[in-house]
Design a protein around this ligand. Structure first.
Ligand SMILES: [Ca+2]
Ligand SMILES: [Ca+2]
Length: 129
C-alpha cells in the first residue's frame, strides 16, 4: 500500500486546516483513513479538517493510518506548523444618532485681563526705591 498524508501542513491557530491523504492499494480494497492529532483530536476520512486552538513551538505531531478491509495498515507521520495569530481590537463603536458624543474639549476658555498696575517690592522701579 502506498500512502501519503500530504504533510507537513501549516496553518493558523483557530483556523481550520484541511488534510488530504493519498493512498493506493494494489488490489483496490476499500480503505479507512484515520487521522490522529497530538492535541487529542481524531478524524476519519480521506480528506478532513481540523482546527488547532493554539500554536506550539515545533508544530503539532499527527499520524495518518490507513487500513484496508484485510487489516493491512500503513501509517504516515507528519507535523502541522501552527502560527500564532495576533489579537485584534474590535473597532470602536460609532456614536449612534442622538447619542452622547464623548466630551473632549476644554470646558471653558476664559480670557483674563488684569486692569491696573501692580507693585513689586523687590524692584527698583517703585515709588520709594
Ligand atoms: Ca489491500
Ligand atoms: Ca497562540
Amino acid at each position: 500500500m502506498i500512502l501519503s498524508s500530504g504533510g507537513p501542513y501549516s496553518g493558523l491557530e483557530g483556523s481550520p486546516v484541511t488534510f488530504t491523504a493519498t493512498a493506493r492499494d494494489p488490489d483496490d480494497d476499500p480503505l479507512t483513513y484515520t487521522w490522529t492529532f497530538a492535541d487529542g483530536a481524531a478524524a476519519i476520512g480521506a480528506q478532513v479538517t481540523h482546527t488547532f486552538r493554539d500554536d506550539v513551538p515545533d508544530g503539532w505531531n499527527a499520524t495518518l493510518d490507513v487500513e484496508d478491509d484485510h487489516g493491512h495498515m500503513a501509517s504516515d507521520f507528519f507535523t502541522v506548523a501552527i502560527a500564532n495569530v495576533a489579537p485584534v481590537l474590535a473597532p470602536l463603536a460609532d456614536v449612534p444618532p442622538g447619542g452622547v458624543q464623548p466630551e473632549c474639549t476644554a470646558r471653558s476658555e476664559r480670557m483674563y485681563r488684569q486692569v491696573g498696575g501692580f507693585t513689586d517690592p523687590g524692584r527698583t522701579n517703585g515709588p520709594s526705591a
